[in-house]
Design a protein around this ligand. Sequence first.
Ligand code: CUA
Length: 269
Amino acid sequence: MNIHTYEKIWLIASMVLIVGFIATITYGAVGPGIAMIDDDGGTIDPAEINDDERFDDPGVEHVGGNEYEANIVAQTWLYTPEEIEVPANSEVTFYVTSRDVTHSFSVVGTNINTMVVPGQVSEMTVQFDEPGEYGILCNEYCGEYHHTMEGKLTVVPEDEFDLTELSVDAPDEVDAGNETTINATVSNGMQTDLETTATLEIGNQTSEEAITVSGDSSETVEFAVDTDELGPGDNDWTVTVDDYEKSGTLSVVAADGGDDGSDGGDGDA
Ligand code: CUA
């Protein structure tokens, strides 16, 4: 059979186009790492989010090495937490779920953009090489204040990142002459050991304690406070651990001068 030259050219051209179309669709689906929301992250009962191991205390967790997990809850009209901090040179897996209606979780300027469907956990893993700041937006219309639903992702230099928390337990008041303690608890969210120093300053006393907090745990340091040295009155105190600081006031209450009111029996019989 004889095919006309022009017909051959058109046949070949249309074949090339068809192959081209299939290639672009394949690349679009596989190449840039775009994935449809699926059940990879698992399912969750939106009513049980507060009791869920992953979402009861949302935030960033260290998994090991340079791997982190960021657990985020979306609801009308905010993300918890609203601000996320991760270190540079890290691989972060985001787990996002919704408490109420369908939202989205989009990190502007990155390829993180997922729908957040109640009942589903959206999961995606991203590499952050450089420090930077990104806005987080909800792209899915979710009601009256949809436009106010936003957050912030900060990639900080590796050496500025930690998951340390400091809490201090101190009395407000103590009687003069009594001993008391100010307790500083340092918790370490990293999987690696934290070696640091806790410092208490009160009045003109300064005490320092070296502490080692092993990975994913916490340690409490007890600072004994000598009220005789402080003297009566209000004493401001500050506990410092690395860049973290807590402060308060301890009132030393003077004893009532030892006057016990019993001025001796005057013998009546
Ligand atoms: Cu959430 Cu729009």
